[in-house]
Design a protein around this ligand. Structure first.
Ligand code: SF4
Length: 211
């Protein structure tokens, strides 16, 4: 008897629509778990390989396709290549609908190719724009879509155009959840982000936008 296993993603977080995580408007999938420990990592809570929220690839596909007029999806983390098989399947499904795939990774493209792993190759073959390399605090930069100067934007297909990537600026984005929670993504370069978040919360309380 053949047993079919439904591919699943250990999801740290999901935003249906963002302009701060790649060109155009994109859904963003943050996976839970990364084998690296880069000093100054933007998302330290995504690093442990603990169960966060297992969701099926079909479920994520439906959530993303429910968005109107988005350009694609961005995989971030955590380390997307530590979750490569499930993300490759998700990417394959979404690309059939014309959506593009952006993927962050702490590995370099060279390391991924040299690894020659079946799951890595499967994901690589579905990625249009790969942003590679670990975050290096000493090389922190202000270029679009990358945190440090060592990271490189690789256009692996012609489905995302060079002019969509260049000439952009780093963006921090704040999303207000249904419960009044504020989610912040992108590349915060403000000197005191806690104070900014406090100020936004205060304004929302005054205007009745938060409980
Ligand atoms: S690879 Fe990315 S997610 Fe992992 S520790 Fe480094 S910066 Fe953080």
């Amino acid at each position: 008897m053949k047993v079919m296993v439904m591919p699943r993603v250990n999801l740290h977080d999901f935003v249906p629509r963002s302009r701060a995580n790649g060109p155009g408007e994109r859904a963003v999938v943050w996976v839970q778990g990364c084998p690296r420990r880069c000093p100054g990592c933007f998302n330290p809570e995504t690093l442990p390989f603990v169960t966060k929220n297992w969701v099926t690839v079909d479920d994520l596909e439906s959530r993303i396709l429910a968005q109107n007029n988005i350009d694609g999806v961005t995989f971030s983390g955590g380390e997307p290549f530590a979750h490569a098989q499930a993300l490759a399947e998700l990417a394959k499904k979404l690309r059939k609908y014309g959506l593009t795939v952006v993927c962050y990774t702490g590995y370099t493209l060279k390391q991924l190719k040299a690894g020659n792993r079946e799951d890595w190759n499967a994901l690589l073959s579905e990625v249009d724009l790969l942003i590679d390399g670990p975050f290096i605090q000493e090389q922190r930069c202000h270029e679009p879509y990358r945190g440090s100067a060592n990271q490189i934007l690789h256009l692996l297909t012609d489905r995302i155009r060079l002019e969509e990537v260049h000439g952009q600026s780093q963006t921090a984005e704040f999303t207000l959840g249904a419960g009044g929670d504020i989610q912040q993504t992108g590349f915060p370069e403000l000197p005191d982000m806690d104070a900014v978040m406090g100020e936004i919360s205060g304004i929302l309380k005054q205007t009745g936008g938060s409980k």
